[in-house]
Design a protein around this ligand. Structure first.
Ligand code: ATP
Ligand code: 6CM
Ligand code: CA
Length: 506
């Protein structure tokens, strides 16, 4: 009593009416249902000014915040002796909900039934579909039958005009399929050539929701704050919008792939190559291959050149984390002239470009904790050849509050473009020599597999591009600011429960 409980209209999922009071009753469809009474006390008072009434319960479903950024849908029952007054409230709430134009009404859903622990279909059917139905969202669901099914459907067939958004049920690999389909389609429809690295790409208008059902799910974790299907479904229903950068990756002016999370050469490339052979292990394959590649301790030589970002977007060492929809005021590569480029040659254990924090349950603060999702930059992290002990210190710091960049062999640059050239790729004659050298080394490394201390190292690693292996090692990467939008709002600071305004609402 005397407690004031308020719910923002933007966080109401729906209101429903029951025609009779708290007892078993017959519904129009002939079935029987017991009305549950829950938590209605405070709000019942707000509606009636009286303590108890017994007529015409109205149920309101709304978002309640739990721990660790999790959201739940909870129900409140209102009772009111005055039917007209009650009706007035219900239709008032419904009108206000209908006026929120950012809420999706029709969604195109792709489910990868083989991602993560192969639970995608069950997760969607049991946890997500009932919420969408309750919120009055209609869906067209496609369960994929093969890899790239979703990408190809989006590229050519999907009737995108019918929908307000696309939902991806799966992991980072499935999300990657969705963005490849959507970005490609958007460029084709707008007459832009996605093969040219110099083209300014057209932003995609449809928002994407991620229902996590993969192995790492780092894009969901880093944009919502948790890997929880119900939380993601609620962010979709309330119509959140979070813009996000996308990197295009080219090789010799030919398009290879897009990346939104990690582009990693060396350690993360090798972990991925090794773990792909162990898909049968499920998510544990990354731990196994991670340990193996840590022990293997390969380093790679090459040249990294980059265009530093300029503007007011801070540095990777700021120690700030992304908070709710704080969009950058300005970003950017002020000039793209050649003399702005910087070049670093060396021997690297890892070259990582993190366009967002890459936070995931393995590393709750991520590869680059202050990386912004939507500032048009990526954080280029160079880990030079060092001892196993030092590399372990660097890795362990991803799991604690310690700064993983505060080590002599690690450097980090906020950039909007970069290129990588493996050392042995620099000219055709070099390449021939190196191919010979590489095959010799590979024979050696075969022989020396059990003796990692002897230092045999293959010449090339591979690029891990959001969990997919790239076919080329020499790449040209460019960040496209806010090319896509998610049904998310970044990670909320726990104190910010009241009205949240989006300074760059779209
Ligand atoms: N029906 C399907 N059959 C086989 N592969 C599929 C199918 N649908 C999608 N895929 C592919 O499965 C791969 C893995 O999917 P997903 O990303 O959902 O799970 P994951 O790899 O376990 O998780 P994460 O990417 O988070 O590590 C993706 O590259 C996707 O292209
Ligand atoms: C001794 C303890 C050391 C612990 C060190 C933990 C450091 C973890 C950093 C995690 C970074 C994840 C980056 C995410 C990349 C995704 O785009 C990609 C696709 O899902 N996942 C992987 O490549 C899977 C990558 C898996 C890496 C292990
Ligand atoms: Ca970024």
């Amino acid at each position: 009593l005397g407690v004031c409980h308020s719910v923002s209209v933007t966080e109401i999922i729906c209101v429903t009416e029951e025609e009779e009071e708290n007892s078993s009753k017959q519904r129009d469809d002939g079935s029987w249902r017991k009305i549950k009474e829950r938590e209605g006390k405070d709000c019942r008072q707000a509606f009636t000014g009286k303590k108890t009434t017994k007529k015409t319960p109205r149920h309101m479903f709304y978002v309640e915040r739990g721990r660790n950024h999790r959201w739940r849908c909870v129900e409140i029952t209102f009772r009111c002796p005055d039917r007209a007054m009650c009706q007035h409230w219900v239709s008032g709430i419904r009108d206000q909900l209908a006026a929120i134009s950012s809420r999706p009404k029709q969604l195109l859903v792709y489910i990868n039934p083989y991602g993560g622990k192969r639970q995608g279909k069950r997760i969607y059917e049991q946890k997500v579909a009932p919420l969408f139905a309750q919120a009055g969202i209609s869906t067209h669901v496609i369960v994929t039958e093969y890899a790239n099914h979703a990408r190809d459907h989006l590229r050519t067939e999907a009737e995108l005009k019918r929908f307000d958004g696309v939902v991806c049920v799966g992991g980072d690999g499935m999300f990657s399929e969705i963005i490849h389909g959507l970005i490609w389609r958007t460029q084709m429809d707008g007459g832009v050539d996605p093969n040219s690295p110099e083209e300014t790409l057209l932003p995609c208008s449809l928002r994407i929701g991620i229902i996590p059902a993969g192995s790492t799910d780092c894009i969901c974790f880093a944009t919502v704050g948790t890997n929880d299907p119900v939380t993601s479904a609620l962010h979709i229903i309330v119509g959140d919008s979070q813009p996000m950068d996308v990197c295009s990756v080219h090789h010799n002016n030919a398009f290879l792939r897009y990346s939104v999370s990690l582009l990693g050469y060396g350690f993360y490339g090798d972990v991925l190559t090794d773990s792909e052979r162990k898909r049968w292990m499920g998510p544990a394959r990354y731990d196994f291959s991670g340990l193996k590649m840590f022990l293997t301790h390969h380093y790679y030589e090459g040249t990294v050149s980059y265009l530093p970002a300029k503007g007011i977007m801070g540095t990777p060492r700021d120690g700030l984390t992304l908070t709710v929809n704080k969009c950058p005021l300005s970003t950017v590569c002020v000039s793209e002239s050649e003399d702005e480029w910087r070049t670093i040659r060396g021997k690297f254990l890892a070259i990582n470009a993190a366009s967002m924090s890459c936070a995931c349950p393995r590393s709750p603060k991520g590869l680059s904790p202050s990386a912004h999702l939507a500032d048009g930059t990526t954080d280029l992290i160079l880990v030079r050849k060092c001892s196993r002990f030092n590399f372990l210190r660097h890795l362990i710091r991803h799991t604690s509050k310690d700064d993983q960049f505060d080590l002599g062999f690690v450097e980090v640059h906020r950039v909007c473009r970069f290129r990588f050239m493996p050392r042995h790729c620099q000219s055709d004659s070099d390449l021939e020599l190196d191919l010979q050298e590489n095959s010799k080394r590979q024979i050696f490394s075969q022989i020396c597999r059990d003796h990692p201390a002897c230092g045999c190292t293959p010449i090339y690693s591979s690029w891990n591009c959001d969990g997919e292996i790239l076919n080329h090692t020499a790449i040209d990467v460019r960040v496209h600011c806010q090319l896509i939008k998610l049904f998310a709002r970044g990670i909320e600071e726990m104190a910010v429960f009241e009205e949240i305004t989006n300074p760059c609402a779209i």
